[in-house]
Design a protein around this ligand. Structure first.
Ligand code: FAD
Length: 428
């Protein structure tokens, strides 16, 4: 059996995800003399890229102003402000174009490869890395990191006992692996949300913000939304604790979802974690409408003579609220006509429409994009080079850092940007 990786390297990159690959490509292209190795614990690289965006890979977002772009990051926005002036979505679009991958923009700003296949992105990165001379070892897990007395790092990795390209077929039924030492002058950690690597980083002296989920749906059981799965409202305002978000809202079998809820879950990720995912939620079904103006509109509805004998339940006062939802929100009034509604009931209805109280009972799964917040504390990293302030010659990129974005391509963009900055510094 050939021992593939016990040689000395200039740069080892732990993690063959988008951040690791982009960093490897950038530094190898800048300085072709460097011996660059990516170690990837699973049997294939870029696994998340392949499953991302429902198999289409939402590569980035068509937002080209760094100041605006950072508003999509509940954590990391401040640090990324400068980073995005160096490498931002427009640079990523150009980079892919220069590598024969054309991107398209959907109406909501999300950008995908025109092929609508995430394999286009993964293949482009793999091919470019290969052409730049980057070596990649799959089935290879970073186990231990030690600073060498003479500089650089001594690593311990566990490697599948067979050549990675045939590892899968040969290791069926076997679980052979061996632990190997490895030396490198510089180390980039790009292992995503892997909890074991975070422990290694902690052992090196870094602080870790505890990981908690971000981007999830809310479990809500309430008769006002019962049986309405699939009903959507175009523009609502939702508030939890001190956080308010707005956008479309979708009622699901388990509760509430849609962009407004996902954004709230991301900005309120730590608060909701501390509250064990039980919290009150205020919903303004009418988005920007205030109670007084809603009351006025309801009163006009009541006073309009043609409405006097029409049922409240089947005659919504606001076209933006679907009839089925309106029916359930007005259920407390009973079977009354508009002409018979009392002043107190009108006020209660206005209250219900602009500040309906619901109870979040737990967190659901947002299958499109699963993201955790938490990771390496950002104040311990130089965002010009992605180099550690704590350990010499150590670098970070991607989701291993305490950065997370909203859904829409922002999470990949922070990986591209931090990967590019790290690769730039390593290559120079
Ligand atoms: C289902 C899903 C869909 C998504 N869709 C989108 C989308 O469309 N757009 C978007 O912007 N974001 C999306 N995301 C988020 C996005 O995938 C991540 O933000 C991004 O992959 C982070 O990149 P990364 O390189 O930092 O980490 P990762 O992609 O997680 O890569 C890290 C790599 O390191 C490897 N690794 C871990 N520990 C070790 C170790 N000890 N030794 C060696 N290797 C190790 C892992 O196996 C992994 O391959 C999605 C996420 C999921 C789960």
């Amino acid at each position: 059996m050939t021992n593939y990786i016990t040689t000395k390297w200039d740069i080892v990159i732990a993690g063959g995800g988008p951040a690791g690959f982009f960093a490897a490509i950038r530094c190898a292209e800048l300085n072709p003399k460097l011996r660059v190795l990516i170690i990837e614990k699973s049997s294939q690289t870029l696994g998340k890229v392949l499953i991302s965006g429902g198999g289409r890979c939402n590569v980035t977002h068509a937002c080209f102003d760094p100041a605006q772009l950072v508003t999509y990051y509940p954590r990391g926005g401040t640090e990324l402000r400068g980073a995005f002036t160096r490498f931002q979505p427009a640079d990523m679009v150009k980079w892919f174009e220069a590598h024969s991958v054309k991107l398209k923009t959907e109406s909501d700003g999300r950008m995908f490869p025109v092929t609508d296949e995430s394999a286009t992105i993964a293949n482009c990165l793999r091919e470019t890395a290969k052409n730049a001379g980057v070596k990649v070892h799959t089935g290879t897990t970073l186990l231990k990191v030690e600073k060498s007395p003479k500089g650089g790092f001594r690593l311990e990795v566990r490697q599948a006992r067979v050549e990675p390209s045939v590892a899968l077929s040969l290791s069926k039924g076997r679980n052979d692996s061996e632990v190997l030492p490895l030396q490198t002058k510089k180390l980039l950690i790009a292992t995503g949300s892997d909890s074991k690597t975070r422990e290694l980083v902690k052992a090196l002296g870094h602080s870790i913000e505890e990981p908690v989920p971000s981007l999830f749906t809310f479990n809500v059981k309430d008769k006002r939304i019962d049986g309405l799965a699939g009903v959507a409202v175009e523009h609502v305002r939702v508030k939890m604790d001190t956080i308010t978000q707005q956008g479309p809202l979708l009622i699901t079998h388990w509760g509430l979802s849609g962009p407004a809820v996902l954004k709230l879950s991301a900005w309120g990720a730590r608060i909701l974690f501390d509250k064990k995912y039980r919290s009150s939620l205020t919903v303004n079904w009418l988005g920007d409408y205030k109670l007084d103006s809603v009351l006025e509109i309801l009163q006009r509805n009541k006073d309009w003579h043609e409405n006097a004998h029409k049922k409240i339940a089947t005659q919504p006062a606001f076209s933006q609220i679907p009839v089925r939802l309106w029916k359930q929100l007005t259920q407390f009034i009973g079977d009354k006509n508009w002409g018979d509604i009392s002043k107190a009931e009108l006020r209660k209805l206005a209250q219900e429409l602009t500040a309906g109280e619901f109870m979040i009972l737990g967190k659901g799964i947002f299958k499109e994009e699963f993201v955790t917040c938490g990771g390496v504390k950002l104040s311990e990293v130089d965002f010009k080079t992605m180099q550690s302030h704590v350990v010499d010659d150590l670098f970070f990129a991607g989701e291993v850092l305490d950065i997370d974005g909203l859904t829409g391509g922002f999470n990949f963009q922070s990986s591209w940007t931090t990967g590019w900055l790290a690769g730039n510094a390593l290559g120079n």
